[in-house]
Structure formats: C-alpha cells, structure tokens
Write a protein that binds this ligand. Structure first.
Ligand SMILES: [Cu+2]
Length: 222
C-alpha cells in the first residue's frame, strides 16, 4: 500500500510530462497566388522564429552551380552557418561575387571544372552576381532555422520541406511543435506576405497567401 501511493503520482507526472511532448507536432502547408508574375514558383515561405532543432545544420554544404551562363538554383535557401560551393560547370570562366550586407565576397575569376566555397555566417539575403556576365543573378537566402520551403510550379509548399532537406542529407528535422508561428514570404519582386498560424497538436495547418508585385522586404529585422 505504502509503495503504491509513492509510485502512482510519479508515474502520472511522467506521463503528463512526456506523452504530449511526443505527439504534439505538425506541419504548415499551403499555396501562394501571385498577381503580376508569370508563375507562383520559387517563392520562399519561412517561419520567422522556431524552437531550436537538435540537428547540427551549420556543417552542411549547399551547392550553387554555374551552367550555361546561369546560376542554378536561382533561389537557394540555406541555414545560417552552412557553406555554399560554387562549382564552375560551364565552358567559360566566371567570377562569382556579392556586395550584399549579409555577406560580401569576391571569388575572383576561375576556370571550368574549378570550385570555390563560401561560409554564410549571418542571416539575411545575399544577391549573387558574376563580374564577367552582367546577366547572371541569383539569391542565397540565409535562414535562422530549417523551417522553410520554396514554392513549386503551382505555388504549393510544405514546412518542414523534408524532401528538400533529405536530398541535401539533412535528416532529423522534425515537424514543428504545436503552437503559434509567424509565417512570411520572400521573393525579389513581391511585397512580403505575413500570416500568423497555429500549428495543431497533430496534423497540418493550411495557409493561403495572395501576393502582389512591389518592393521586397528583408528576411529579419536587425
Ligand atoms: Cu559568369
């Protein structure tokens, strides 16, 4: 009798502490519609602040390729602290550089088959250009957490975008713990979209954005 009285409250407390923590997580999914752009793809959708993840993301390497006088991909979301490799897979020399406040760098001119790497240690937007080819332009979006996605051809997205992360070898990013979040969008030709959402304890919260052309904002206020 005495033993039972001691154990039961302890077991109850354990269940109350741990069971909800395991089950209460969900996703944010939705669609983005745009006015004034040909397609709703390549728009960043991200959670402005999220709880810490247990995965060490800063050791991952992302790639921005150079082929046929273009950067691929045109928009590359990464996590702060990680590096980006810029292989020259073209037939001509390129000179990758950026004058952005988030990260200034200049890789100098380098030949086909060569590659150079830059570490991005501050969150924000990095406009990437080539000093040889004025038409070459791309964006690296340095994010504070892995809860982001890029819209597909139909403007659809899902956060976390585990398929994108796993293709890069990033595993272990779990669904978002249930709670309130601010979801934002970024595209260089669109005004920022913002919405508050509540991630349910188990399942998906659906969000719709309707965006229009305008001056793009920053990812994070300094
Ligand atoms: Cu170039």
């Amino acid at each position: 009798m005495i033993r039972n009285v001691g154990i039961k409250p302890f077991v109850m407390a354990m269940l109350l502490t741990f069971l909800p923590a395991l089950a209460t997580a969900g996703k944010i999914s939705g669609t983005v519609k745009v006015r004034g752009l040909r397609t709703p793809e390549n728009i960043l959708v991200y959670v402005s602040s999220a709880p810490k993840v247990s995965v060490e993301l800063s050791s991952y390497e992302f790639v921005m390729d150079q082929r046929n006088l273009t950067f691929i991909p045109y928009i590359l979301p990464i996590v702060v602290g990680s590096s980006v490799r810029f292989p020259n897979n073209d037939k001509v020399d390129h000179n990758v550089f950026s004058l952005s406040r988030t990260k200034k760098f200049n890789l100098g001119s380098y030949k086909p088959g060569e590659s150079k790497t830059v570490i991005f240690d501050r969150p924000g937007i990095v406009e990437v250009r080539c000093d040889v080819h004025a038409e070459m332009l791309a964006y690296i979006l340095v994010l504070k957490n892995p809860y982001f996605a890029i819209t597909d051809k139909k403007g659809r997205f899902e956060i976390p975008d585990t398929r994108y992360l796993e293709r890069l070898g990033i595993t272990g990013v779990k669904d978002l713990p249930s709670g309130k979040y601010l979801v934002k969008t970024w595209h260089q030709k669109l005004k920022t979209g913002k919405q508050r959402v509540v991630v349910p304890e188990n399942g998906v919260v659906s969000v719709k954005f309707a965006l229009s052309r305008g001056t793009a904002g920053v990812l994070y206020k300094r």
